[in-house]
Design a protein around this ligand. Sequence first.
Ligand SMILES: C[S@@+](CC[C@H](N)C(=O)[O-])C[C@H]1O[C@@H](n2cnc3c(N)ncnc32)[C@H](O)[C@@H]1O
Length: 250
Amino acid sequence: MNHFNDELHEIVLSQDGSYTAYSREYDEHYHSTKDGALKESLLKHVISAFKIKQYQDEINVLDICYGLGFNTLATLYYHRKNSLKSKVNIYSPELDASLVASLKSFTYPKEFDNFKNIILELSEKGVYSDDNFYIEIFLGDAREYIKTFKAKFDIVYQDALSPNANPTLWTQEYFSEIKDAMKIDGVITTYSTALATRLALYKNGFNIYLNVADEIRNSTIASQKKLNNFVLVDMEHKISCNIDAKPLRD
Ligand SMILES: C[S@@+](CC[C@H](N)C(=O)[O-])C[C@H]1O[C@@H](n2cnc3c(N)ncnc32)[C@H](O)[C@@H]1O
């Protein structure tokens, strides 16, 4: 029994058997119901980023935005499953305080069964820490939150609602603020493959790579430093073929 339904959200079963939410406010699902919430989180974000960063002693992650917390919880799952030694610090903004408070009743996939105490603490206090993890949820606007960090993040999960539904979290200026908050060799993962999103990143000096995984749609990974094992997107060619394409602006 899922007790989570409220005025703003409806619970929806996604293709991989995990539940996600449909937002009535934004008229959009929190995850691709076709790809599946857990699969999307693991394959488009966590595994892609951690393959690059998992050997660092300490990894700082910016999880935009917390929502149902799949990206944060899938990070814990991946870390435990692979017996990683790194200390992981996750910082995640979320506007909707009542959503966070209700997550203790959300029906998560069995892969998150070991994290029931963490889910409860995050839902009630917005912060959790142990020897391996520090997690904080900031209840407020992501744009304000990211300005408080300088050269901090190794990984950014860019998982806001779509550019149509929530444009302020996809503009060229937004990605400039994200860049300032990241280390020079940090990576950004996002489900968006839209040219406007890639342009907003590219104009800030990011290289754009195609992120391909079996059974789910392609996504994007971006980094100022060159990445091995990902196919570079030829942005100059894309721009020459789409001369009217523009990044979103504030
Ligand atoms: C697509 S969901 C995030 C999905 C999430 N990664 C997950 O695993 O469930 C987007 C979330 O962004 C939040 N949001 C929208 N605008 C925001 C803003 N300006 N700052 C912080 N959170 C915001 C919404 O309340 C929503 O919960």
